[in-house]
Design a protein around this ligand. Structure first.
Ligand SMILES: C=C1C[C@]23C[C@@]1(O)CC[C@H]2[C@@]12CC[C@H](O)[C@@](C)(C(=O)O1)[C@H]2[C@@H]3C(=O)O
Ligand SMILES: O=C(O)CCC(=O)C(=O)O
Ligand SMILES: [Fe+2]
Length: 340
């Protein structure tokens, strides 16, 4: 078992309380059987995707075409990395913005029972620091990440194109072209949540692995091992537990897609609770636009309505997002006040 060093369990528990990060006694949330299931090869996939994005902002995908071999190689290479002594992992950190992080999430005081790798998706570029992050022998992890990201990006683009079709947008690649752009500001993250029986015993409840938030980008593609922990928030504010499924992917609508659809699609609030006994490993591709891209509702989706949002670029949104706390509503600063 990988033991996360310092601070101690007790310090963590009180830090969680200070940061209001204890899981509000919701460890009993039952598994939700209502996660929309999309078979990407089915003829009605586009309509089901649109429905899921409108109702929940979240769905599960099967028949996704990502080779299982890419998934398992990346999982085992990541597990190897997280099994290294902390001092070695820390040579790849802190994430500024890319690299290894431990418990601290972002720069604004959020903590979770998690260690992670945050990576640039442009692995070919010299500036991503991959070599400096991983020292002398980054090759296997690097090529596992490369293979995985390109397959997952293709799947994300297929989903975005089905979405565009389902929304009857003329330009089928209206969303996907942003992820395919050479300048696309996409991010990749591998999270490792060690089991923590002591914390559970101490607090009598699940603790927060990754606090509640929405993802700022367009679309997030999440895959985890078979350990539970992911929860999503329903429109009524209730948290529901998503049954893990290691051979499928889970898709989140991000804030930018909510804006591009003028609020028709919902950016889903989610979080991860710790598991008492098992490690959770998740890999998430966050598909984002180029920094200079204007994020605004697509004209064909407006049908005479006003935009709910002020104009902004992804650079402006990202700068504001990275100055916020995890649980903040980041879009609120960009909402247009309706004229009365
Ligand atoms: C607290 C933070 C971590 C985060 C940047 C932020 O200031 C607010 C958004 C967070 C988030 C959530 C989704 C992704 O995991 C992430 C990489 C992102 O783009 O926005 C994280 C950021 C992070 O961990 O740096
Ligand atoms: O680890 C997970 O399952 C989800 C993590 C997450 O939401 C994130 O990294 O943004
Ligand atoms: Fe997230």
């Amino acid at each position: 078992m990988v033991v996360l060093s310092k601070p101690s369990i007790k310090q963590m528990a009180s830090s969680y309380m200070r940061n209001s990060m204890a899981a509000a006694g919701s460890s009993s949330a039952a598994f939700f059987s209502g996660v929309p299931l999309i078979d990407l090869s089915a003829p009605d996939a586009k309509h089901l995707i649109v429905k899921a994005c409108e109702e929940l902002g979240f769905f599960k995908v099967v028949n996704h075409g990502v080779p299982m071999e890419f998934i398992s190689t990346l999982e085992s290479e990541s597990t190897k990395f997280f099994s290294l002594p902390l001092s070695e992992k820390q040579r790849a950190g802190p994430p500024s913005p890319f690299g290894y992080g431990n418990k601290q999430i972002g720069r604004n005081g959020d903590v979770g029972w998690v260690e992670y790798l945050l990576l640039n998706t442009h692995l070919e570029s010299k500036s991503d620091g991959f070599l400096s992050i991983f020292g002398q022998d980054p090759q296997k992890l690097r090529s596992a990440v490369n293979d995985y990201i390109s397959a997952v990006r293709n799947m994300a683009c297929e989903i975005l194109e089905l979405m565009a079709e389902g929304l009857k947008i003329q330009q089928r690649n209206a969303f996907s072209k942003l992820l395919m752009d050479e300048e696309s500001d996409s991010v990749f993250r591998v999270n490792h949540y060690p089991p923590c029986p002591e914390l559970h015993a101490l607090k009598g409840t699940n603790m927060i692995g990754f606090g509640e938030h929405t993802d700022p980008q367009i679309i997030s593609v999440l895959r985890s091992n078979n350990t539970s922990g992911l929860q999503i928030s329903l429109a009524d504010g209730n948290w529901i537990s998503v049954p893990p499924d290691q051979s499928s992917f889970f898709i989140n609508v991000g804030d930018s897609l909510q804006v591009m659809t003028n609020g028709r699609f919902k950016s889903v609030k989610h979080r991860v609770l710790t598991n008492r006994l098992k490690s959770r490993v998740s890999m998430i591709y966050f598909g984002g636009p180029p920094l200079s891209e204007k994020i605004a509702p697509l004209p064909s989706l407006m049908k005479g309505e006003e935009s709910l949002y002020k104009e902004f670029t992804w650079f402006e949104y990202k700068r504001s997002a990275y100055n916020s706390r995890l649980a903040d509503n980041r879009l609120v600063h960009f909402e247009r006040i309706a004229a009365s």
